[in-house]
Design a protein around this ligand. Structure first.
Ligand code: F6P
Length: 518
C-alpha cells in the first residue's frame, strides 16, 4: 500500500454525520443487539444505536478506505507507514502460511515434542517484556492452573527483585531459559538474560548457552550473543511486538501448557480474522466494538474504558490489552503528522470481577465521570463448583444492568420508606442511593475458556484496534512515544554510575536526584 495523504478526521462530512447521529441516538434499555463472531457472542445492547448511526458508520469507513486498508493488512502490504513495514500478524495464524512461517512453526512444535518426550526441563524461566511477555503469561494463567509438570517463572522488569524471584530456588541443571525479544536490544531483557547466563555459569553448567533459547526477529544478534543457531527461533520484522503471541514468542507456553494450546489460539484467531474479513459492517464484531469505543471516547468524551473480566484465569488479559490498546492508540497525530482534533485512545484499566466490584465499581456506578465497561465472561465453567459459576454470572449481569438502568431518587425514596425510615431521612438517603444509569457497556460471552475462544477474543481486540486506527487516521503499529524515555535512561544510568558528569540539560529536580542516587 502506498502512503496516501488523508483528510483530517474533523473535516470529513461523514465524521459530522457520525457525531450528530451519536448525539441524537440514546441508550435504549429495551434493546437487544447481539453479534456472533468466531464462536463468541458480543452483546451491544448497552450501546447507543440507530439506523442513522449505522449509515454514518458505513459512510465514515468508506471515506477512510476501510476495505482497502483491511485488504492491505491481510496481504502483507506496508500498513505501518512510519516504520515502512507490514503488520502481518494474521499470516502467523494462517492454516497455510508462507513457507518460512510454516518452517518455523514446525521447528517450534518439533522442539516442544522432543523436549517433552525427553521429559527435559522441569523449570522454564521466560525472560521478555511487553509484547514478548504478556501473551505467554496470559496463555499460562488461562490454561495452566489445572496443572502442568513444569514450573514457569517470568522475568520482565529491570528491577533486580524480578530476576531474584525468577531464579531463586531453581535447580540450574533442570532449567531452560527462554529469552524472547524481537529486537534483541531491549535493556531489561538483555540485562536479565545476562544475569541468567551468569547464574548458569556459576553453577558450572558445561555449556550454559545450550540451556538458553532465543525467540527473536534478529537471529544474527542472538547468535553473536552466544546462543547456538539450533536454539534460535525466528519471527519477522513485519510482526509487531504486541501482536507476536502467534509467533515463536509463545514457545514457553507451548512447553508448559502444551503445543495444542498454541494451535488452538491460532485457529481461534484465524476464525476471527475470517469473520472480520467477511461479515457485513453491521454484523462485524471488531468494527462495531471499535465504533462503540470511538463514539464513547471521541464524541461522548469518556476518558477510559474498564475491563471487567469475570474469569480470574483471564487476569493477565488486562495488561495484555493495556499494551495492545494504549501502545497502539496512544497517539495524537494522524499518518500525515496532522493533529487529530478529537480525543483518541482511551485509558484501559480493570481487574477480574468480582474483586473489581469491591475495589472500584463504586466509582463506575456513582462517580462523576464513569467509564464504559467491557464485561467478559464464559458461559460454562471448567470447575466442579457450578453454584460459584452461577453466582459469578449473576454478578456480571447485575453490574451491567445496574450501570445501564441505574436507580432513580424516587425509587430509592420509596424503598427507604418501606424500610421504616423517617421521611426526612428517606429523602436524604435517596440522594445518596440514586444511580444515574445510562452508562454504556459491551458484554462478550465465550462459550468456555478454550485456546480457540481466547484466540478469537484476542484477535477481536486486535482488529478493533486496527479499525480505530483507520477511523482516527493514525498508525496503530508504531510506538515512537516510548523512545525518548529509553534514550534519557541510558544517559542517566551513566551519570548514576558516575561514568559521565551530570548533564546540565536535565531539569534541577533530575540533577538533584541523580546526585542523591550516585
Ligand atoms: O515498550 C516498547 C516495546 O518496544 C514494545 O512494543 C515491545 O513489546 C517491548 O518493548 C519489548 O520489545 P522486544 O521484544 O524488542 O524486547
Amino acid at each position: 500500500m502506498t502512503h496516501t495523504t488523508i483528510s483530517p478526521l474533523h473535516q470529513l462530512h461523514s465524521w459530522d454525520a457520525f457525531t450528530n447521529a451519536v448525539k441524537s441516538s440514546f441508550l435504549d434499555k429495551n434493546a437487544l443487539r447481539l453479534v456472533n463472531a468466531a464462536g463468541l457472542t458480543i452483546d451491544f445492547s448497552a450501546q447507543r444505536n440507530s439506523a442513522e448511526l449505522q449509515t454514518s458508520i458505513a459512510q465514515l469507513l468508506e471515506d477512510r478506505h476501510f476495505i482497502r486498508q483491511r485488504h492491505a493488512l491481510f496481504h502483507g502490504e506496508i500498513c505501518n507507514t512510519t516504520e515502512n513495514r507490514p503488520a502481518w500478524h494474521t499470516m502467523l495464524r494462517e492454516p497455510r502460511p508462507l513457507p518460512e512461517v510454516a518452517y518455523e512453526r514446525n521447528r517450534i512444535l518439533e522442539f516442544i515434542r522432543r523436549t517433552d518426550s525427553d521429559r527435559k526441563w522441569r523449570n522454564i524461566v521466560h525472560i521478555g517484556i511487553g509484547g514478548s511477555d504478556w501473551g505467554v503469561r496470559l496463555a499460562n494463567s488461562a490454561f495452566g492452573y489445572a496443572g502442568t509438570w513444569r514450573n514457569i517463572r517470568y522475568v520482565a522488569n529491570i528491577d533486580g527483585h524480578a530476576i531474584e524471584a525468577g531464579l531463586s530456588g531453581l535447580d540450574p541443571r533442570d532449567t531452560l531459559i527462554v529469552v524472547a525479544t524481537k529486537s534483541f536490544t531491549t535493556a531489561e531483557t538483555m540485562a536479565n538474560a545476562q544475569r541468567a547466563l551468569e547464574w548458569l555459569k556459576d553453577a558450572n553448567i558445561t555449556n550454559p548457552y545450550n540451556q538458553i533459547i532465543a525467540v527473536t526477529a534478529k537471529p544474527e544478534v542472538a547468535e553473536k550473543w552466544g546462543i547456538p543457531k539450533h536454539n534460535i527461533f525466528k519471527f519477522w520484522d513485519w510482526v509487531g511486538g504486541r501482536f507476536s503471541l502467534w509467533s515463536a514468542v509463545g514457545v514457553a507456553a507451548g512447553l508448559t501448557v502444551g503445543s495444542n494450546v498454541l494451535a488452538g489460539l491460532q485457529s481461534g484467531a484465524h476464525a476471527m480474522d475470517q469473520h472480520f474479513l467477511h461479515a457485513s459492517i453491521e454484523e462485524n464484531a471488531p468494527v462495531q466494538l471499535a465504533m462503540a469505543e470511538i463514539m464513547n471516547r471521541s464524541v461522548l468524551g469518556y476518558g477510559s474504558r474498564n475491563l471487567a473480566v469475570y474469569d480470574s484465569r483471564l487476569a493477565n488479559l488486562i495488561p495484555y490489552l493495556q499494551q495492545l490498546e494504549m501502545e497502539s492508540l496512544g497517539k495524537s497525530v494522524d499518518i500525515d503528522g496532522q493533529a487529530i482534533e478529537v480525543p483518541t485512545g482511551s485509558v484501559v484499566w480493570g481487574m477480574p470481577g468480582t474483586d473489581a466490584q469491591h475495589t472500584f465499581f463504586q466509582w463506575l456506578h456513582q462517580g462523576t465521570d464513569g467509564a464504559p465497561v467491557d464485561f467478559i465472561v464464559c458461559q460454562s465453567e471448567d470447575h466442579r463448583w457450578k453454584e460459584h459459576h452461577q453466582q459469578l454470572l449473576a454478578h456480571c449481569l447485575a453490574q451491567r444492568e445496574a450501570l445501564l438502568n441505574g436507580k432513580t431518587e424516587e425509587e430509592a425514596y420509596t424503598e427507604n420508606i418501606q424500610t421504616g425510615m423517617s421521611e426526612n431521612k428517606a429523602r436524604l438517603i435517596a440522594k445518596h442511593r440514586m444511580q444515574p444509569g445510562g452508562r454504556p457497556s459491551n458484554l462478550i460471552v465465550l462459550p468456555q475458556l478454550t485456546p480457540f475462544s481466547l484466540g478469537a477474543l484476542l484477535a477481536l481486540y486486535e482488529h478493533k484496534v486496527f479499525v480505530q486506527g483507520v477511523v482516527w487516521g493514525l498508525n496503530p503499529f508504531d510506538q515512537w512515544g516510548v523512545e525518548l524515555g529509553k534514550v534519557l535512561a541510558q544517559g542517566i544510568e551513566k551519570e548514576i554510575k558516575d561514568e559521565t558528569p551530570i548533564s546540565e540539560k536535565h531539569n534541577p529536580s533530575t540533577q538533584y536526584w541523580v546526585e542523591m542516587f550516585k
